[in-house]
Write a protein that binds this ligand. Structure first.
Ligand SMILES: C[S@@+](CC[C@H](N)C(=O)[O-])C[C@H]1O[C@@H](n2cnc3c(N)ncnc32)[C@H](O)[C@@H]1O
Length: 267
C-alpha cells in the first residue's frame, strides 16, 4: 500500500476527523489555541484564505462565519463531502500541486499536509506551493506534530504496554517517520513527526521570513481533568494564559502534541 492509500484508508474508513476537535477536551484545546494563534496574524476580513489540508472544514467554516472568503483543499473525498455539507467551498487536490493562481490569497493555512508528507522535498514543495498562491506579505500557518507526541500519548493512554506500539515508537523517535501496520486508528497513519527546530527550518528554507514556531496545546494535555477544565470558563482561561506564557519556550516545545509555524511571504 502506498502512503497515500494508507492515509485515505485511515480517514475514509477508520477515523472520523469531523468530530476530532469537538469530542474531547484535548481536541477543544487544540481548536481554541489554534484559533487564537491564527487571529493574531490573519488580516482583517474580508480577505481571501486558502485552507490546504482543511479536512472536514472546521476552521474554514469558522473563518467563513467571521467574514473571510475561504477555499478548502484536501486529498480525502470524505472530507470534501463533509466540508461541503458545512457550506464550505471545497475541492479535491494535493498540497503539492494547488489548482490556484499565483499571488491571489491573503493568508494560507497548511494544518495537516506537512505531517502526512514523509519526504522533506515533498514538505518543501507543499510550502512553496502555499507561498506561490499567497500575496506578498501574507501569513502562512503550518501545523506539525511533535516528534515526541506518541511517546507522551503512549504513556498516558497505556499504548506503551502494546509491544507493537512500543516497537513503532522506537523508530518514530529515531526517524520521525510513523507507520501503522495495525488496524487501530489510535496509532494514526502514515506521517512525519517534526522536531521543533525542523519545522522552522523547513519554513525558512521554503522562502518564508519572520518565522516563529509555537506550541499549540503545549503542556495542557498533562492535566488529568482536562475535559472538565475546558468546560469551566474560569479554569479554561487560566489554562490558556499559562499556555500562552509558555508557547515559545524552546525547552518544552517538543512536549506539545501540535506545533504551529507562522511565517510570512516576502515582499
Ligand atoms: C488531521 S487532519 C487536519 C484537518 C484540519 N486541517 C485540522 O487541523 O483540523 C489532516 C488533513 O490533511 C489532509 N492531507 C494530508 N496530506 C495532504 C496533501 N498532500 N494534500 C492535501 N491535504 C492533505 C488530510 O486528508 C486531512 O484532512
Amino acid at each position: 500500500m502506498t502512503s497515500e492509500e494508507d492515509i485515505l484508508l485511515h480517514y475514509e474508513d477508520r477515523w472520523d476527523e469531523d468530530v476530532r476537535l469537538s469530542s474531547s477536551g484535548l481536541g477543544q484545546l487544540e481548536l481554541i489555541r489554534t484559533q487564537l494563534l491564527l487571529r493574531r496574524h490573519l488580516p482583517q476580513p474580508p480577505a481571501l484564505v486558502l485552507d490546504v489540508g482543511g479536512g472536514p472544514g472546521v476552521y474554514a467554516y469558522w473563518l467563513d462565519a467571521a467574514g473571510y472568503e475561504v477555499d478548502l483543499i484536501d486529498i480525502v473525498p470524505r472530507h470534501i463531502r463533509q466540508a461541503t455539507e458545512r457550506g464550505v467551498r471545497a475541492a479535491l487536490a494535493d498540497a503539492r500541486q494547488l489548482p490556484v493562481p499565483d499571488n491571489t490569497r491573503d493568508a494560507v493555512l497548511l494544518l495537516g499536509p506537512l505531517y502526512h508528507l514523509q519526504e522533506r522535498d515533498d514538505r518543501l514543495q507543499a510550502l512553496r506551493e502555499a507561498i506561490r498562491v499567497a500575496k506578498p506579505g501574507a501569513p502562512l500557518f503550518a501545523a506539525a506534530i511533535s516528534r515526541f507526541a506518541p511517546a507522551i500519548d503512549g504513556l498516558d493512554s497505556g499504548f506503551l504496554d502494546d509491544p507493537t506500539f512500543a516497537g513503532l515508537l522506537e523508530s518514530v523517535i529515531a526517524t520521525g517517520r510513523q507507520h501503522n501496520p495495525t488496524e487501530n486508528p489510535d496509532y494514526f497513519t502514515t506521517s512525519y513527526l517534526h522536531l521543533p527546530d525542523e519545522l522552522g527550518n523547513e519554513m525558512r528554507d521554503a522562502g518564508l521570513v519572520d518565522v516563529e514556531v509555537l506550541a499549540v496545546e503545549g503542556i495542557g494535555w498533562v492535566a488529568s481533568d482536562l475535559d472538565e477544565r475546558m468546560a469551566r470558563e474560569d479554569d479554561q482561561r487560566k489554562l490558556l494564559e499559562l499556555l500562552e506564557q509558555l508557547e515559545t519556550e524552546p525547552s518544552i516545545l517538543g512536549a506539545s502534541p501540535h506545533l504551529l509555524g507562522i511565517g510570512f511571504v516576502p515582499g
